[in-house]
Design a protein around this ligand. Structure first.
Ligand code: C2E
Ligand code: MG
Ligand code: MG
Length: 728
């Protein structure tokens, strides 16, 4: 019977290969029925096999299958150990009882056993144990006949239906489960060839058995994973334990898809890996949903900007980092004014569009790492996590205000809005996002009341910001009103004691405050971008002065001019050439002092610009050496002819051991690189002597002269002022 059922299945599946549409559907339905028949026939065969075995063992040991015999009236005439185990009644209790005593109450009383009079009948029925528990029992019946062939009774073999499956059952069940699984299944042999797949594999990947069997799993390789990742997966396939994770695969149509995968190895009885199998499911749907949910949870739908939740997350991360590294930053809360009035008169749609437009304007004036978020209603938040100085937050606030200066055009409407900005800085105003937002909010309300564009939370910061703004606006005036002046500080040779150069240092003659040090206003000029103008003025003035000295027949050593990193751009060589040409100054007359921060910025074009300047005949000196990060290997890349040892290492000479060691190392290093060494800030004869012994070339410092006005420097040159080595 089983063979016949299997043959039918084969015939149907053969037929299905060439069919399509309705014919195919009909055949498949038939195939389903045929498969069910195979399963049924198999089950029957199993029971028969069990029964045959039981027959042999019936009177033997306790492992025997359950068996009883009935006479024609249904009374029990035999009861073995298996029956005792199955029902809980001992032989003495069961013999002579009618089979009905095993029936459950709701059974209709028919003698199931007797209905299957035919030899070989099977049935699955409910029976009651001695304990009262109702169980499902599979029955296999055979007639008991006397020598004449007359029916004497019935032998009933029984098996608990939920008893463990036979190996055969297990295999066919497992095969069925694998085939029907929603998960894709891929089995490879020890040579990594695909030997089996299921229909979900085909559904997910698009590859049929014909296209995948015999290939390696590289068939699905997406190319997005690196070698390290692939090595991990291969290790799992090589038997290093199951691996679970997400892999991006590629479908037959080229589409990439994320899959959740489990990979394990199967070993044979000798422990060798015979196969590996991967179970995978296509999680692209979940991923899409996840991404959508992520967006909904973290972004403001109106402006597309991060919302307060995401801002808080990012801020919190940055604050954790800041606690460790002592970094600082700021949080700005921007409240848009007049938005409510506009929405009320022109409608919420216009209000919403306006918010979107403001978001875009703000984004455009911020730098990439700055975070712009919409907090709620008319409030935006800006997190500045990478600012050099807290005061810079004021510059950003000004930019945001300036972005709203012009009316915003929306269709036929031209809308003017304003903003009040509150700024909280960390760590001073708090190291928690919540506290920073609250403090910035307080400052925002104060700013709105005071009708000032922005305010810091702390009074001290407001003072500093005010000072900053004051310097900025006064410096603009200074450029217009000729308040800037260059002083010159001589550099002297440690061999001859003669003046061999000078550094031009900027001074501001403030009409009210007197002489202002560059340490105060250069940083402000750098932050505001005014440094370009200031720097140009310095170059102009230095060249003009050199020309004037030349015209006065003075023999001039080179004059060094300080350059800020922000002046160092592609246009610098051209600007230099222009100013030198206009004043008819030879490039050898001018040296440019740059700082390490410029080198550390590491841009390729820095070296290119330097080479251009050097090719023009200008010399480059590295200022404040030792305070940055330059190393010997690093310096070799740059065409620098002079190193200036920073004053901070000179101060401790010759008593501070560390300073001595650093000074010695710098001098040795510079000598190897064939660079001239200038010691800055030399104030004492002891320092001078120590540096001289080390082999330092020049010194610059109060020991010889403070920075002085041009006339004074000219006088020193004329008089041939020299450094006295014996000086105390
Ligand atoms: P710097 O280029 O390192 O200049 C040396 C500074 O050390 C000068 O300060 C000088 O007056 C001071 N100095 C020299 N010898 C001694 C000494 O023996 N003892 C002490 N205590 N100080 C000494 P200054 O003129 O205040 O300039 C400060 C910084 O401002 C300069 O440092 C430079 O970085 C910047 N700077 C000055 N002028 C300009 C300029 O025209 N452009 C740019 N971009 N920066 C400038
Ligand atoms: Mg300098
Ligand atoms: Mg210096």
């Amino acid at each position: 019977m089983l063979d016949a059922a299997i043959a039918r299945c084969l015939a149907l599946s053969q037929a299905a290969r060439t069919q399509q549409g309705a014919a195919l559907a009909a055949t498949l339905a038939e195939l389903d029925a045929a498969l069910a028949a195979v399963a049924e026939a198999r089950a029957a065969e199993l029971v028969r096999a069990g029964a045959a075995a039981a027959e042999q063992n019936i009177e033997q040991d306790g492992d025997a299958a359950a068996m009883l015999e009935l006479d024609l009236a249904g009374y029990i005439t035999a009861w073995n150990r298996g029956a005792e185990r199955l029902f809980g009644y001992r032989e003495q209790e069961a013999l002579g009882q009618n089979i009905l005593f095993l029936y459950t109450e709701d059974d209709d009383g028919a003698l199931a056993e007797l209905l299957y009079e035919q030899d070989g009948g099977t049935a699955e029925v409910r029976r009651r144990r001695k304990s009262g528990e109702v169980i499902w029992v599979q029955l296999a019946l055979s007639l008991l006949q006397d020598e004449l062939g007359e029916a004497q009774g019935m032998r009933v073999r029984m098996a608990h239906v939920s008893e463990p499956l036979s190996d055969f059952d297990k295999i066919s069940l497992h095969a069925r489960i694998i085939e029907d699984s929603e998960q894709g299944v891929l089995i490879t042999d020890a040579r990594e060839r695909i030997v089996s797949i299921n229909s979900a594999f085909t559904r997910i990947t698009g590859y049929t058995p014909g296209e995948s069997l015999g290939k390696t799993p590289d068939l699905l390789r997406s190319g997005v994973h690196d070698a390290e990742f692939r090595a991990k997966v291969r290790a799992a396939m090589a038997g290093n334990g199951p691996w679970r994770g997400e892999i991006v695969g590629r479908r037959k149509n080229g589409e990439l898809f994320p899959q959740s995968v489990t990979i394990s190895a199967v070993r044979d009885s000798s422990g060798k890996i015979s196969h590996t199998f991967s179970l995978f499911s296509d999680i692209s749907v979940h991923k899409d949903a996840e991404a959508r949910m992520q967006r909904m949870a973290n972004y403001d739908t109106l402006t597309g900007l991060p919302n307060q939740c995401l801002l808080t997350q990012l801020m919190t991360q940055a604050l954790t980092e800041a606690r460790r590294s002592n970094e600082h930053g700021a949080l700005l809360v921007v409240e848009i004014g007049r938005l409510g009035a506009i929405s009320d008169t022109l409608g919420h749609d216009v209000g919403n569009q306006l918010l979107g437009a403001i978001g875009k304007l703000f984004r455009a004036v911020l730098r990439d790492p700055d975070i712009l978020a919409r907090l709620d209603g008319n409030r935006f938040g800006v997190a500045l996590l990478h600012i050099e100085k807290r005061e810079h937050a004021a510059i950003v606030a000004q930019k945001l205000v300036a972005a709203l200066a012009a009316p915003i055009q929306l269709g036929s409407h031209s809308l003017q809005v304003g903003a009040s900005i509150g700024i909280a800085v960390y760590p001073e105003d708090g190291l928690e996002t919540g506290a920073l937002i609250r403090h910035a909010d307080v400052a925002t309300s104060k700013a709105a009341q005071a009708e000032s564009a922005f305010l810091f939370y702390s009074e001290e910061m407001n003072q500093r910001a005010k000072e900053h703004l004051r310097i900025e606006s006064e410096l603009r005036q200074a450029l217009l009103h000729d308040e800037l002046q260059l002083y010159y500080q001589p550099k002297v040779s440690l061999r001859s004691g003669r003046i061999v150069g000078a550094e031009a240092l900027l001074r501001w003659r403030h009409p009210l405050r007197g002489l202002v040090s560059p340490g105060v206003f250069i940083p402000v000029a750098e932050e505001t971008g005014l440094i370009q103008e200031v720097g140009n003025w310095v170059l102009e003035e230095a060249c003009r002065q050199v020309r004037a000295w030349k015209d006065a027949n003075l023999i001039m050593p080179p004059i060094a001019v300080n350059l800020s990193a922000r002046q160092f751009d592609r246009g610098l060589p051209a600007r230099m050439a222009d100013v030198l040409r206009r004043h008819q100054v030879h490039p050898e007359q001018i040296m440019l002092e740059i700082t390490e921060s410029l080198l550390v910025r590491g841009a390729e074009n820095v070296v290119a610009i330097m080479n251009e300047l050097v090719a023009m005949g200008l010399a480059l000196a590295l200022d404040d050496f030792g305070t940055g990060y330059s190393s010997l290997a690093y310096l070799k890349k740059f065409p620098i002819s002079t190193l200036k040892i920073d004053r901070s290492f000179v101060v401790g000479l010759p008593y501070e051991e560390n300073d001595c060691a650093i000074a010695r190392a710098i001098v040795t290093m510079a000598q190897q690189l064939r660079q001239e060494i200038v010691a800055e800030g030399v104030e004492t004869a002891e320092q001078m002597r120590f540096l001289r012994e080390l082999g330092c070339d020049q010194l610059q410092g109060y020991l010889f002269s403070q920075p002085v006005p041009a006339d004074d420097f000219e006088r020193m040159l004329r008089e041939g002022k020299r450094l006295a080595f014996g000086a105390r």
